[in-house]
Design a protein around this ligand. Structure first.
Ligand SMILES: [Zn+2]
Length: 134
């Protein structure tokens, strides 16, 4: 028996994981960026600021936080994408600056950021850069 949940966002690209089934399969992946979903970074216990990046101290050590794991404590986090950000808007700006900083100065006419939605622009760029990773 499985439960379909909605409103869960991919930890990597932020795309909504439509019809995510619980319990999450280790083969589950984001339809947009192909990120695996049964990973630390999609988990409610994930925390980048602590040892092992896991708040569940009974969980076994997982070395790769972006690969599907066998952790018994895995529990999908709906807003994992936002949780990894310090501040959503701030991070989007920083990412956009880091990615487009040079372009802005040299090729203003080719600047691809939508001024009304810098976050989406940053996300698209990240997807382009890291989408085929793994
Ligand atoms: Zn994704």
């Amino acid at each position: 028996m499985s439960t379909v949940v909605k409103g869960y966002l991919c930890w990597r690209c932020g795309t909504e994981l439509s019809e995510l089934r619980l319990p999450v399969s280790r083969r589950e992946e984001c339809s947009s960026c192909r990120a695996e979903i049964h990973v630390c970074k999609q988990c409610v216990f994930y925390s980048a600021h602590i040892a092992n990046a896991c708040r569940e101290d009974r969980a076994e050590f997982v070395s790769n936080k972006e690969k599907s794991n066998f952790c018994d404590y895995y529990k999908p986090k709906a807003d994992a994408c936002q949780a990894t950000a310090l501040d959503k808007d701030k991070q989007a700006k920083l990412q956009a600056e880091a990615l487009f900083g040079d372009i802005k100065q040299d090729k203003k006419s080719e600047q691809t950021i939508d001024p009304d939605d810098p976050e989406q622009a940053a996300r698209e760029e990240l997807k382009r850069l890291f989408g085929d990773d793994g």
